[in-house]
Design a protein. Structure first.
Length: 333
């Protein structure tokens, strides 16, 4: 298996899906060892730093990529298996940002109230204990939380020459902020343009479902990913697979439309996996699915619809691609 290491310079980072020239051409089956910058572009390094003064909104959610996958054509399926994610710094940052977040008024949900204070929290990474440390800003409370690295953004270029901000989750993936996008997960994305042009970024050292205040424990990340290509079979929306679950991600506004998208995509996937009629798949999904909120704060909201494999007969999605990539990934660790 060919392994390529890539550490972008600051001027090589991308801030959109679509609209950027590829940084590398790679063959299917390649393992990538990548570095990505945090969502703030390393602007918040101290509790004395505040977003209004330090964060340049033109350069947030920087992406590593895009990567051109040889042979990828519209209608194909890109499989990205996350082998390993490790913090690339000894600290992560989170913040409340004025008029942004799930529990404050915003530019779209507008009220006559003052914004929440522009406040930064710094979490110290303890790799020995595998924790990130929370320290209260308005009291003496401290707590060591388990380190649970994930990627907030994984996506391909949108169709039709469209260019979308790296803050947006959509059918091309993007800023889904789903905690399930972690080591051991295979992400399936429909290819929209020649070469797929996928990017990753927005590393989180941990995040609760919903990302309530709008920012996770944001940190630079080292990622090991295996890239594969499946000819045809493009899913309409992102799909995820782990050893224990099949998942579909819907991203839209209002949130119930995100839920509907994920539900419909799982109905379609049940049809593919088990040969079920649409109504039978709908009925089965109704009795088995979980639907946690991935994010309630981005330009679109993301909902992950999950089906536990233990409830179903064995089935090989995409010809058993996930299991195959898991075996290959084990050789890299």
């Amino acid at each position: 298996m060919e392994t390529i290491e890539y550490h972008p310079r600051r001027d090589q980072l991308a801030y959109t899906f679509g609209g950027s020239a590829p940084v590398l051409r790679i063959k299917p089956g390649t393992a990538l060892k990548l570095w990505s910058e945090d969502a703030f572009n390393n602007a918040l390094t101290s509790v004395d730093d505040v977003s209004a003064e330090k964060v340049d909104l033109r350069f947030v959610n920087p992406q590593t990529g895009p990567f051109y996958v040889e042979g990828a054509e519209p209608g194909d399926t890109l499989a990205l298996h996350i082998v390993e994610l490790t913090p690339a710094r000894s600290y992560g940052a989170s913040a409340t940002i004025p008029f942004f977040g799930g529990l404050t008024s915003t530019d779209r949900t507008a009220f006559l109230q003052d914004p929440l204070p522009d406040t930064t929290w710094i979490y110290t990474v303890d790799t020995t204990r595998n924790t990130v440390g929370f320290q209260a800003r308005f009291g003496d409370f401290e707590l060591a939380l388990p380190l649970e690295p994930m990627l907030g953004t994984v996506g391909v270029a949108p169709p039709g020459g469209e260019v979308r901000s790296s803050l947006v989750p959509e059918r091309f993936g993007g800023n889904m902020d789903a905690p399930d996008v972690k080591a051991g997960t295979t992400v399936f994305l429909g290819v929209n343009v020649e070469g797929a042009l996928f990017s990753i970024g927005d590393g989180h050292y941990r995040q609760g479902e919903g990302e309530a205040c709008g920012t996770a424990v944001e940190g630079a990340m080292n990622s090991t990913i295996i890239v594969e290509l499946i000819k045809g079979g493009a899913p309409a929306w992102p799909r995820l697979e782990t050893d224990t679950q099949w998942m579909a991600v819907g991203s839209s506004r209002p949130m119930e439309d995100s839920w509907r998208i994920g539900q419909l995509e799982m109905v379609r996937w049940f049809g593919e996996l088990f040969g079920l009629h649409q109504l039978d798949a709908y009925q089965l999904l109704t009795q088995t699915a979980l639907a946690p909120i991935a994010n309630a704060v981005d330009a679109n909201y993301s909902v992950v619809v999950k089906a536990a494999k233990q409830l179903f007969p064995e089935a090989d999605a995409y010809g058993g691609m996930h299991a195959d990539l898991r075996q290959r990934g084990a050789q890299l660790i």
